[in-house]
Structure formats: C-alpha cells, structure tokens
Write a protein that binds this ligand. Structure first.
Ligand code: MCA
Ligand code: AMP
Length: 507
C-alpha cells in the first residue's frame, strides 16, 4: 500500500457522499467534501515547500478545516504536531524549536505574536481561524481537490505529540503510521464500530483521545461524527439524539449527571458510552447506570501508547477497573526497583508492549532509553494490579503527574516558575480532588526567612508563561515542606493534608 494510514482511514472514502461531519449549525459535510478540503490543503503544504518528514505545528481551534489539516499532513507525508490551544507563546516557542517545525499554523489572533518567534526559528506561518478562514484556506481555495498521495511506509512517522515530563521539559512522542493504524483497527473491532455509528465528538482534537481514538475509529468504520467545537452541556444534550456513541473524559460524565435533562430517555437509543484519559470514579459509573441504564465502558491509554486496555463490549464492564489488555497488547506488572515481573494480584508499575507503542521521544535518546526498554516494553509510570479475573486496576502513579479534566499537568514545570519568584524559598505543586475536574492544581509556597511573598503577583507571573489549565487554582503559604529521611518532599502527606480543600461546600 502506498500510504497505509491515508489509504485506510481517508482514501477508502474517496468519492463517498456518506455523511462524515455533522456540524453545530445543522449542516452535514460528506466524506468527499472533507477529503476535497484535505487535498487542497495538502497542495498548499507542498507548494510552500514542505517535504515528507517535515514537521507542521498546528495550534488551531477545532473545526472541520483543522481536522482536514490532519488528513492533509498524512496525505502529504508531513508529520503533524497538534498543540493545545491554551499554550502560551513561551510554551509554543519550545515546541517549535524542539521539533524543528517548518510550518506553524495558528489562529489569526496569535499571528502577530508568533510570527517573530517562527521567523527566528526559520518556520513559516499560516493562519487558520475557528470559522475555517485564514491564509491557509485562502490559498487552498485555488488548489485542486485531488492530491497525489505521498508514499509512506508503515514505520514512517505520522505525528509528534508533546507530553510533559517529570523534569519539566516536554518530550515529543513520535508516533508512526503503524502505531495509529493498529490501534484504530483494534478499537474499531473491540468496540464494534460500524458505518451506522454517529459519534458525539466534543473532545479537543490536539490530543490522542479526540484526534486518534475518536476520529480514527470513526474514519475506519466509515461512520459520522456530531462535531462540536468543545464540550457545551446544552449542545451535548441537544445533539445526543443524533448519536449512537459518546467518548469523553470523566468530567463530561459528571457534568452530564449534574443536569436533570440527562435521562434514561435521552440515552435510550445510544449504543455505547466510553470514558478515559483520567480515572472514572466508581461512584460516577454507578450513578450513570442508575440514571441512564448504561454501563460506561472505561479504557486506559497514553499519548505514547495509544490505547492499552479496555473493559469488554459484551462482558462485564467493571467499575473502578480499566478492563483487559487489548488484543495484540502485552501488559505486565513489574517491580519498580528491579523491573522483574510480579506475581498476579500484586501492585507494581504497568509496562506495555505492542504495535501501538511509540518509537521514542524526538531527539531525546536518554529519556527514551529510560522509559522504553530494549525489549519493547514501555514503562507507563502508572501503578496497577491485575485481579483474579484479569481486569487491570490502576491504583496510583509512580510519576509526579496531575490530571485535571483530562489534561496532564506536570508539577515540576510549575514549581520551577514558583521557585523563581521573589521571596520564595521553595515550592511544591500537588493535585487535590476537585468535584468538576477530578483533580486540580494546588501550589504550596515556603517563603524565604523573613519574606512575605505576594501571592497575587506570583499568580500573575505564572499566568504569563503557563497555559490556563496548568495554573494553580490556589496558592498557599506554608512554613516548611515535609521531607523523608532522604530529603525527598513527601507529596503524599501534602495531598492528604489538603485533600478536602475543594470539597463541595468548601471551595
Ligand atoms: C478548562 N480549564 C481547565 C480545564 N479546562 N482548567 C483545568 N483543567 C481543565 N481540564 C480552565 C478554563 O480555561 C477556565 O479558566 C476554567 O478552567 C473553567 O473553564 P470551563 O468552561 O469550566 O472548562 P471547559 O472549557 O468547559 O473545559 C473543561 C473540559 C475540557 C470540557 C473538561 O478541559 C476538556 O475538553 N477536557 C478534555 C481533555 C482531553 O481531551 N484529554 C485527553 C488527553 P478560567 O476560569 O480561568 O477562565 S489524551 C490522554 O489523556 C490519553 C491518551 C487518553 O487516555 O485519552
Ligand atoms: P497522557 O500523557 O495525556 O497520554 O495521559 C496518560 C495518563 O492518563 C496515563 O498514564 C494515566 O495515568 C492516565 N489515564 C488514562 N486513562 C486512564 C483511566 N481510564 N484511568 C486512570 N488513568 C488514566
């Protein structure tokens, strides 16, 4: 096959008048129309000099054109680098520089700020606004709606997804065509997707969940998506009758449950509700079943691995577990110290191997070697156990990570900024339970002796360089950080101490 990912997901639908995107205004875009846009965009990319293997960084709002840009990159053999729309210029500068992106596609409003940064890093800039207008689509208008698909091998890179690290520096996870395609095939089959499915899509398209899991599975099955720009409760409820499947992070489910319109009647015709990206509380699982009659299917994945496990479609979907390793995925529980496999039932670190596992971190051989073993097993940093029935339970994390509303936040990145502020001796950033986001960010600051740091000024400084979702929801002054005998900050003690800070009625 010339370009396995393009040919299978997109090319297979050439000339199909079947619906692909059902848009907020009620209009419907067919596969053929979508692929025409993608082809025009692919022409623009090559006309601007992008070659197979070049990187294109896209920080754009969710729109049919933004999704078509993903298809265009695959068709032109360009590696796509989707970026969270909340990232600040500081954050973006790092991604562009680290990836060596040759083109940056951004919202028109960000163009002025980004242009000098991109110029310094020898990247071109094109714009794409939320309504689909901008320099990119303007240029595409003059192009042909078919494009000669660039040949790619299954092991060629298709995307870089940046994921933060415990050291505070983000790493570009290199995903191949084969990584994405194998997982799409497995999930389509496991979750029984068909061309009759309509997915209620309200996730962002700059992460694995919304871009690869949701979109690739729909494409492979030839189904359609109700394609909403973001999660909006009214729109979710209004459009649910058109859908057969919904995918979401746990916050989607708790917000839906908070609304009395989320009833058994509304969900009656739905085939499947899937949750992932963060732990779904067993309580949410149970409340959702009591309200709608549906047992949410929870699955577990990572940027570096795509999806690893899933609760069964037909068998028991067990609350508080992430189900079984997917077909083709090997999963083992190991001793974090020695790496040796642990007996069934014991808690240890989760390691996975399979065609879904990425090729390593872009230009970071040391970090790759630290997490991806020579035998192909990837050390996830999650702690878990496998019960007697084979269900995988995630019981904690062996990595300092906060997951807020499905977004990952690495405390180190925030601590480095807090530590730099006047009057701050040191800081610790932790995740504490939050009723809406699952976890939220709390910053604890130890002042220098005699100093009285200005918390508002510190919050403002953090706002300058950190995406909104990473900023501490609260900053508190404390006398000292609890440490163990090795001098390591005991974050568990802090997490316990502040566990009910945002409990309902307190926040
Ligand atoms: C928005 N804000 C957030 C978050 N989202 N703050 C913390 N955590 C968040 N997740 C900020 C907003 O900027 C705003 O700031 C304030 O919080 C309240 O915004 P709100 O309107 O309530 O939020 P929203 O716009 O409705 O967004 C919440 C959301 C969204 C719908 C839960 O965050 C979302 O779509 N999350 C999904 C993330 C996702 O796709 N993750 C998958 C990663 P202010 O008040 O200051 O204005 S892929 C992955 O993890 C792996 C591979 C996997 O397994 O899937
Ligand atoms: P990311 O780096 O955004 O790919 O996030 C991956 C991390 O999200 C995993 O390592 C887990 O810690 C977490 N995660 C994803 N799905 C689940 C789930 N169903 N339950 C618990 N944690 C999850």
């Amino acid at each position: 096959m010339a370009n396995p990912l393009y040919d299978t997901l997109f090319g297979a639908h050439a000339d199909s008048s079947a619906p692909f995107l059902m848009l907020p205004d009620g209009s419907v875009q067919s596969y053929a129309a979508f692929l025409g846009t993608a082809a025009r965009l692919a022409h623009v990319l090559t006309a601007r000099g992008l070659r197979p293997g070049d990187r294109l960084a896209a920080q754009v709002h969710k729109s049919p054109e933004a999704l078509a840009l993903y298809a265009a990159c695959v068709q032109a053999g360009v590696i796509v680098l989707p970026l969270n729309t909340a990232y600040t210029v500081d954050e973006l500068t790092y991604f562009i520089e680290n990836s060596g992106a040759r083109m940056v596609v951004c919202d028109g409003a960000a163009c002025e700020t980004l242009t000098p940064v991109a110029a310094r890093l020898s990247a071109m800039v094109e714009t794409l606004d939320a309504d689909g207008s901008g320099s990119l689509t303007e240029a595409a208008g003059a192009m042909e709606d078919t494009f000669p698909t660039v040949a790619r091998e299954i092991d060629d890179l298709a995307a870089f997804l940046y994921t933060s690290g415990t050291t505070g520096r983000s790493k570009g996870a290199m995903l191949t065509q084969g990584n994405l395609l194998s997982n799409a095939r497995t999930l389509t089959d496991y979750w029984r997707f068909t061309a009759d499915d309509v997915l209620l899509h309200a996730l962002p398209i700059y992460h694995t969940h919304g871009l690869f899991v949701a979109t690739n599975v729909t494409l492979l099955a030839g189904g359609a998506m109700v394609f909403l720009p973001k999660f909006d409760l009214d729109a979710m409820i209004a459009r649910m009758p058109e859908a057969t499947v919904m995918m979401g992070v746990p916050t989607f489910y708790t917000r839906l449950l908070d609304d009395p319109r989320m009833t058994r009647d509304l969900a009656g015709h739905m085939r499947l509700f899937i949750s992932g990206s963060a732990p779904l509380l067993a309580e949410t699982h149970e409340r959702f079943e009591a309200r709608t009659g549906h047992r949410i299917l929870e699955r577990y994945g990572m940027t570096e691995t795509n999806m690893n496990t899933s609760n069964p479609y037909d068998g028991e979907r067990r609350a508080g577990t992430v189900g079984f390793p997917l077909p083709g995925v090997e999963l083992k529980i190991t001793d974090p110290e020695t790496g040796a496999a642990l007996p069934q039932g014991e808690i240890g670190q989760i390691e996975v191997r399979g065609p879904n596992v990425f090729k390593g971190y872009w230009q970071m051989p040391d970090k790759t070697a630290a997490e991806l073993r020579a035998d192909g097993f990837f050390i996830t940093g999650d702690l878990g156990r496998i019960d007697a029935d084979g269900y995988v339970h995630i019981v904690g994390r062996n990595k300092d990570l906060i997951i807020s509303g499905g977004f990952n936040i690495y405390p180190k990145e925030i601590e480095l900024i807090l530590d730099d502020q006047p009057g701050v001796m040191e800081s610790a950033v932790i995740g504490v339970p939050h009723p809406d986001f699952g976890e939220t960010v709390l910053g604890l600051i130890v002042p220098e002796p005699g100093a009285e740091p200005d918390l508002d000024a510190i919050a403002e400084a953090a706002a300058g360089s950190l995406a909104r979702f990473k900023r501490p929801r609260r900053l508190l002054l404390i006398d000292a950080l609890p440490r163990n005998t090795m001098g390591k900050v005991q974050k568990n003690t802090l997490r316990e101490r502040y566990s009910d800070l945002f409990a309902p009625g307190r926040a």
